[in-house]
Write a protein that binds this ligand. Structure first.
Ligand code: MG
Length: 308
């Protein structure tokens, strides 16, 4: 197998996770979770979102979260920014990285951000220009790249077109997202290969959902296609907004477990991440359904119960 020696993890639990949880977590607890994740070795994190509070009330305290954090040098604290107004708030809060986001599906784009694809590209261009001018790291995230819950199949050429437009806007990273867990490994290989014809593979990151149990298989396909940046959400925080009770984001600790067992470095400490997943579970007040938190890490010394 051809695999990288090391990958970069981006923790999205505090943003993508908490945004979709029914419980609203107090600001001080969000800060506690973010600091624990940094303590566990996370060096890049979507800490919050500057989307208008009326759309995402759970993250209305974005500015307070960033202001209350003890920032550790070497950690990139990112936030989602939908428009210039959000960017002003993000700049005031001194974020390190701005994430602009678009959808590869026209219907999803209208439902999610109330903009057509063309309008979303134009709005992203404005935010990108200002964010780069301010000297911030910039990521462009594309949702529903592997399928849309409204439209079904998504044309890979649309993903390539948006990815290329984002690079032209000056993004440092293009995030390819499987927003509702529709991707399969063969599709991941095919899409990454197509996008990589236009965007250096080192700039690509992948965001998978485990809605139907395929997230880690898709990560493996991404690794083999040369991708070295992956999103994870601690404890699998953030259910699937389209199906009650369904799992959403791939759990960071499950991802880290697999990578470490394969000899791929992440710079994180698995037992500490499992502790973070327990904390996340406490904060949202519901059991999180990820794997490694329940099973524990592999015991290489042998022993333990045998299952058949
Ligand atoms: Mg997600």
């Amino acid at each position: 197998m051809r695999l990288p020696d090391r990958v970069t993890l981006c923790e999205v639990g505090p943003r993508d996770g908490l945004q979709n949880e029914p419980a609203n977590v107090p600001t001080a607890d969000k800060i506690r979770l973010i600091e624990a994740l940094v303590e566990a070795g996370i060096r890049r994190m979507e800490a919050t979102s500057f989307v208008a509070p009326k759309w995402i009330p759970n993250l209305a305290d974005a500015g307070e979260v960033l202001a209350g954090l003890r920032r550790r040098p070497g950690v990139t604290y990112a936030a989602l920014v939908p428009n210039l107004r959000g960017l002003e708030r993000a700049l005031a809060a001194k974020v390190d990285e701005v994430v602009i986001f678009l959808s590869a599906s026209e219907t999803h784009s209208r439902k999610n951000i109330n903009k057509s694809l063309a309008e979303a590209l134009e709005a992203s261009g404005e935010v990108a220009g200002r964010a780069k001018h301010a000297g911030l790291r910039l990521k462009g995230a594309i949702s529903t790249c592997f399928g849309c819950p409204y439209e079904g199949e998504v044309d890979p050429r649309v993903v390539v077109r948006i990815a290329t437009a984002l690079v032209d806007m000056g993004v440092d990273e293009v995030g390819i997202s499987d927003t509702t867990g529709m991707a399969n490994p063969r599709q991941v290989d095919a899409l990454v290969s197509r996008v990589a014809e236009r965007v250096p593979v080192a700039k690509l990151s992948l965001h998978f959902h485990d809605t139907r149990g395929t997230a880690l298989a898709n990560v493996l396909a991404g690794l083999q296609a040369g991708v070295t940046i992956f999103d994870g959400s601690i404890g699998g925080l953030g259910g699937c907004p389209y199906a009650k009770g369904a799992t959403g984001n791939v759990a960071t600790e499950d991802l880290v477990h697999m990578l470490h067992e394969m000899g791929i470095e992440t710079g994180t400490d698995l037992p500490k991440l499992i502790e973070c997943a327990r904390l996340a579970q406490q904060l949202v007040g519901r059991p999180l359904e990820a794997h490694v938190g329940r099973a524990g890490p592999v015991n290489h010394g042998g022993g333990g119960a045998a299952c058949s």
